[in-house]
Write a protein that binds this ligand. Structure first.
Ligand code: ATP
Length: 514
């Protein structure tokens, strides 16, 4: 575990050192849980967004996009339930003065039992070798059974407390489980209290004329309030979806783990409107579709899992998280939710407008049900970074740091490197850049030895480098180096576009989805 934490620290400093992610307002020592994306980060982030957007809007004839404002009429948040119920249960440790989310403390405790089981299994696997039958082991080993019983009992008690909104019981669970503050190591806890996560601000210039509005805590409501506009002007037929990418804001109290939990972050959400009664089929369908989107990146199916919710949000009749194995454990990257007709009905009620769909096939009107897929751009970014970061021992004994980014997401696709800064090599290199930059992101670099330049490109995940040498001026060929294999091949300049373009395009990922 400590080793994994080390890796995570290295990833955070790598992000800063190579222009991916900086603390916000860095010269003023940063602002808690707010981050800026640097010159490489913004490219990677844009590629992630493009991959998502195109997989939704380009590959589905019945999904269209919008871009709604961050500020919305304040009644929106009354109708959606956020004013009354968008809370986190908080608990303080009196000795360290640190504040925690009670639900997170308990979930971490559940994860500890799971870790213990996993350790027993790993130990036994080593001992029994090929003869090991995992299914038999987990159902018969007394220690595993004991951990599993404790986990299940805690799970049940926790789910009930959350569903009943029973804050005293949450505190009691923390006490009964002997959960201690990681800083002070004590169990000196306060009571659990609810805390609303929405940021407030005011519109209007005078104090009297000003009214309180919220920074949106999710992008979804911008889609719901535009349902009628889009359905009518786009003449959309159910089932259909509306996709949106945009900023969301939450006053997260426990802001830890770098860009995993931020106060200002970006979401990619798609609301899919369906006929009542068909929603659970669509829910299953979207779970599959979204998992396939993640897995097309090639990070290995074993690094993902679904986590079905025990405690359903007030609006949902089914919900699951897609979790990814981060260095700090399996964590939610995306939620897929069956939101019933809750949001549209609430907006109909609060706005007084009829928000329904007239089904021309059955001649009936109804309020559509909704399946939502909601993914955080920043969490996705973090999962890509964590999976790609690699320290590799080379045959010559040196270590290289390489970001094995999927080529389609890499900020720079091709580095063009003249061997020396003279003899017409820079000019030849620049000519290649001028030719290829319309097709993909190229970078010209002439400083330092070729070896050092390769390392810098490895560290930002650039999949290809070409070196221009004196022979190039004669034979119009360059040395093409592959980031992952470090293999070098001599290829004609005229072939570079066709060799590289397909492999680095978002289309190469999209093709895996259909
Ligand atoms: P969590 O339980 O981790 O707080 P959530 O269940 O509240 O997350 P949702 O409301 O379902 O999250 O939001 C959808 C997605 O938005 C999440 O899967 C996550 O990727 C992203 N997200 C939510 N909150 C944050 C945050 N504070 N910082 C970064 N991304 C976030």
């Amino acid at each position: 575990m400590a080793q994994q934490e080390d890796v995570f620290k290295k990833i955070i400093s790598h992000c800063k050192e190579y222009g991916f992610v900086f603390p916000s307002s860095d010269i003023y020592d940063g602002l808690g849980a707010v981050y800026d994306y640097g010159q490489n980060g913004v490219e990677l982030k844009n590629n992630i967004k493009q991959y998502w957007w195109q997989s939704m809007v380009l590959l589905h004839e019945n999904i269209v996009g919008i871009d709604a404002a961050i500020f919305m009429h304040p009644t929106t948040w009354k109708a959606s339930g956020h004013v009354d119920a968008f809370n986190d249960p908080l608990i303080d440790n009196r000795d360290s003065k640190k504040r925690y989310r009670a639900d997170v403390l308990i979930e971490e405790q559940i994860a500890k039992y799971e870790d213990k089981i996993a350790k027993e299994v790993a130990k036994a696997k080593k001992r029994f070798g090929d003869a090991f039958d995992e299914q038999q082991f987990v159902t018969t080993n007394p220690r595993v059974i004991e951990h599993a019983q404790k986990r299940d009992a805690l799970h049940e008690r926790y789910a009930k407390a959350m569903n009943d909104n029973d804050l005293d019981e949450l505190k009691q669970i923390i006490l009964d489980e002997g959960i201690v503050c990681p800083i002070s190591g004590t169990r000196n806890w306060t009571d659990v209290r609810q805390f609303n996560l929405m940021f407030k601000t005011e519109v209007g210039s005078t104090a009297e004329g000003a009214s309180t509005i919220y920074l949106r805590p999710e992008t979804a409501q911008g889609i719901f309030v535009n349902y009628l506009n889009v359905q009518k002007t786009g003449r959309m037929k159910i089932p259909f979806g509306i996709a949106q990418i945009g900023k969301a804001f939450r006053n997260e109290i426990v802001a830890r783990q770098f860009i995993f939990r931020m106060r200002e972050f970006e979401q990619m959400e798609m609301q899919f409107f369906v006929k009542p009664g068909t929603e659970l089929d669509w829910f299953a369908q979207w779970k599959k579709t979204r998992m396939a989107w993640h897995q097309a990146l090639g990070f290995g199916a074993e690094n993902y899992r679904f986590h079905d919710h025990d405690k359903l949000a007030h609006y949902a009749n089914a919900a699951t998280d897609i979790e990814f194995r981060m260095p700090f454990g399996f964590k939610e990257v995306e939620g897929v939710h069956s939101r019933t007709n809750f949001d549209l009905s609430q907006h109909a009620k609060y706005s007084g407008k009829k928000i329904e769909y007239f089904d021309p096939e059955t001649n009936e009107s109804y309020t559509p049900f909704v399946i939502e897929t909601s993914i955080g751009v920043d969490r996705m970014f973090l999962s890509v970074m964590c999976h790609s970061y690699c320290e590799e021992k080379l045959e010559n004994g040196e270590t290289r740091v390489v970001l094995r980014l999927p080529a389609a997401l890499a900020p720079i696709k091709l580095a063009v490197l003249p061997l020396v800064k003279k003899d017409g090599l820079p000019e030849k290199a620049e000519e290649i850049v001028r030719q290829l930059r319309f097709h993909f992101n190229c970078k010209y670099e002439e400083k330092d030895t070729i070896g050092k330049r390769y390392r810098r490109m490895d560290a930002i995940g650039c999949p290809y480098c070409v070196t221009i040498d004196h022979d190039t001026l004669v034979d119009n060929c360059v040395t093409l180096r592959d980031r992952d294999t470090m293999q070098q091949t001599r290829v004609p300049i005229a072939d570079l576009q066709s060799i590289i373009e397909d492999k680095v395009s978002i289309t190469s990922l999209l093709k895996k989805l259909i």
